[in-house]
Write a new protein. Structure first.
Length: 70
């Protein structure tokens, strides 16, 4: 089983590959740039946990081929 720390590291590694001008809006929490997203994931706060959830959902979709269906 993969640990929470390993998942965090995976998400941070993925975020680091994104262009510098990448951003994400998380409901009423606000808009976050790449550096802010990485910082929130590192801290493991509510915003960071939501980012991990979104990124893992995306990666699972890639794995299952959901994102490639027409």
């Amino acid at each position: 089983m993969v640990s929470k720390q390993e998942i965090k590291q995976l998400v941070i590694a993925r975020l680091k590959t994104l262009p510098e001008d990448t951003g994400m809006s998380i409901g009423s929490q606000g808009d976050f740039n790449k550096r802010e997203m990485i910082a929130h994931v590192e801290r493991g706060d509510d915003v960071g946990q939501k980012i991990v959830e979104v990124e893992m959902s995306f990666l699972r979709g890639l794995k299952e081929g959901i994102l490639y269906e027409a």
